[in-house]
Design a protein around this ligand. Structure first.
Ligand SMILES: [Zn+2]
Length: 253
């Protein structure tokens, strides 16, 4: 999936909330982990946060939306912290517009609430600029209140990022059970099974395998195919026999 990640605020007139924790700072902390975690899972992530300072609110919001729309992302994730009045409100909520957005929002809320934040649930907010003007499915995450002490005490950047990623992908990238990243198995079809042509190639009768000579390297190579062969070489007065196969290669002598 191609995912836009937006770190809320942080330029000119577009400032985050200040409480026991600073919204802009915390968002950049957990947001960076959201990006690396999604990348670890193989997603393409585009950070749509403005790099330029001194923007007006409109320029700041417009930039995020334009970058995401130009990149034709599949999902837009805006990272924020909530704020109200000191020690009054608490918990997590995720804002959305579309039905598809609600599906993500519900899952992210569920994962965030497992960290101990009160689940305030998904909230439909059709007037939020970044939700309204992004072409992709979009969510805006308010994981907790930066002006509520009990919420701030529960904050852990890695756990928060893990919960958000799990809500989006179902994967536990920073969790207890490590993600097993499997190496792609080479497709047999990519192997070229043809016998090369050339004056230095001698075919065997029967159509399997061939001998290749490389005169300037002092090498004679007996091939089963292009990737499985025994190479004999005189090199600076020493001779080597190397054995190669599709799955291993070793020098014998
Ligand atoms: Zn915010």
């Amino acid at each position: 999936m191609k995912i836009a990640v937006d770190f809320g605020h942080g330029t000119g007139q577009d400032r985050g909330a200040e409480g026991y924790l600073n919204e802009e700072k915390v968002v950049r902390e957990y947001g960076a982990l959201v990006i690396t975690g999604l990348q670890k899972l193989g997603h393409t992530v585009i950070n749509v946060t403005p790099v330029q300072g001194g923007l007006t609110l409109g320029q700041s919001l417009g930039y995020r939306v334009n970058v995401a729309n130009n990149a034709r992302v599949d999902l837009f994730v805006s990272c924020h912290l909530n704020a109200f009045k000191t020690d009054v409100a608490q918990g997590c909520e995720v804002e959305y517009i579309s039905k598809a957005g609600k599906t993500y929002a519900d899952k992210i809320c569920t994962e965030l609430s497992k960290l101990g934040f009160k689940n305030r649930g998904s909230q439909q907010r059709p007037n939020l600029y970044v939700l309204r003007y992004t072409d992709a499915v979009s969510v805006l995450i308010e994981p907790f209140f930066c002006d509520t002490k009990s919420d701030c005490d529960k904050y852990n950047a890695k756990k928060l990022a893990n919960a958000i990623i799990k809500g989006i992908t179902g994967e536990d990238v920073y969790g207890e059970s490590p993600v097993v990243v499997t190496q792609p198995v080479p497709d047999e079809k990519i192997f070229d099974t043809s016998i090369p042509a050339g004056d230095n190639i001698t075919r065997f009768n029967g159509g399997i395998g061939y001998i290749e000579t490389i005169k300037d390297q002092g090498r004679v190579i007996v091939h089963l195919d292009r990737y499985t062969y025994i190479s004999m070489q005189n090199e600076g007065g020493e001779s080597h026999i190397d054995l190669f196969s599709r799955t291993e290669n070793k020098r014998l002598i």
